[in-house]
Write a protein that binds this ligand. Structure first.
Ligand SMILES: C[S@@+](CC[C@H](N)C(=O)[O-])C[C@H]1O[C@@H](n2cnc3c(N)ncnc32)[C@H](O)[C@@H]1O
Length: 263
């Protein structure tokens, strides 16, 4: 379902003022006791989380979590991450990165853990709010403070943000994109968290606009995450790809010419 009705709530009484501030910023209602909404964005003692009401398959809350679980493990393993190789970091000075599809921030966190300064853009306000909350918690956790300090988040559309970067003459080495995988939208195997994201993200920019803006901005390369067998993004062939079991990273070296995909 697209455009779900969402309200903000505070399960933790200490966070009511914060919840009211967020509701005003996002122009969402505050949920009262017993109110039924499609989704709840709620403050708990563990942080800001999104829950879908009345769906047993999506029962658990979705929260951005960098300090424990899979994210913490991947942070420790970041040197082996294919993503770090895809952005061309082999040691020396880490590249500066724009992550143009912030989502839950996992990929950004890996790049920041490798030492990169990462500017995230996320245009869906609810997703950006979840991400901002996860980053706030990561900033005060001793294991992740330094990594989180390398990340900046702006809630806006990446196409406009990249044009602004070009206008201001700011240098960015790498633009990273991880667009939604439309071909998996109906799959029962898609994880709970991704299903929630897919419900929130009502439309995405045209792939052509996003890739064109990325190619015009990145001084070194653009990296696009794709499902292993998906066609290339915006029908443009990459310079090369790094392939894993289920995904691949298409790398567009911006100093060389970019060809059009041959069907
Ligand atoms: C598949 S998710 C990215 C997941 C992310 N790589 C991670 O590690 O969590 C794609 C995200 O990109 C965002 N997005 C898509 N087009 C965008 C645009 N033009 N500007 C900003 N965000 C965009 C969507 O709102 C969505 O949250």
């Amino acid at each position: 379902m697209l455009n779900p009705d969402i309200a903000v709530a505070a399960l933790d009484p200490a966070r009511i003022a914060e919840a009211e501030k967020l509701a005003a910023e996002l122009d969402l209602p505050m949920a009262g006791p017993g109110d039924q909404y499609h989704m709840l964005l709620r403050y708990t003692g563990k942080g800001l989380e999104l829950v879908k009401q009345g769906d047993p398959n999506l029962a658990g809350p979705v929260r951005v979590e960098f300090t424990r679980g899979k994210a913490a493990f991947r942070r420790q393993q970041q040197k082996q991450e294919m993503l770090v190789r895809a952005i061309g970091f082999k040691g020396g000075a880490p590249p500066t990165v724009v992550d143009g599809t912030g989502g839950m921030g996992r990929d950004s966190f890996i790049m920041a853990a490798a030492g990169c300064r990462v500017q995230i853009f996320e245009r869906e306000p609810v997703v950006a709010a979840l991400l901002a909350d996860g980053l706030k918690r990561a900033l005060v956790h001793p294991a992740t403070t330094k990594i989180a300090q390398r990340i900046r988040l702006t809630a806006c559309d990446t196409v406009y943000a990249l044009l602004e970067i070009q206008r201001s003459g700011q240098r960015v080495d790498v633009v990273y994109l991880d667009p939604m995988f439309p071909e998996r939208r109906k799959s029962a195997r898609v994880k709970k968290e991704l299903q929630m994201l897919q419900m929130l993200v009502t439309c995405e920019s045209s792939p052509e606009h996003l890739l064109t803006a990325a190619l015009a901005t990145a001084a070194k390369r653009v990296v696009v995450k794709r499902p292993l067998r998906a066609p290339c993004f915006a029908s443009r062939s990459p310079s090369h790809s790094l392939t894993g079991k289920t995904i691949r990273f298409d790398v567009y070296i911006t100093s060389s010419s970019v060809q059009t995909c041959i069907p």
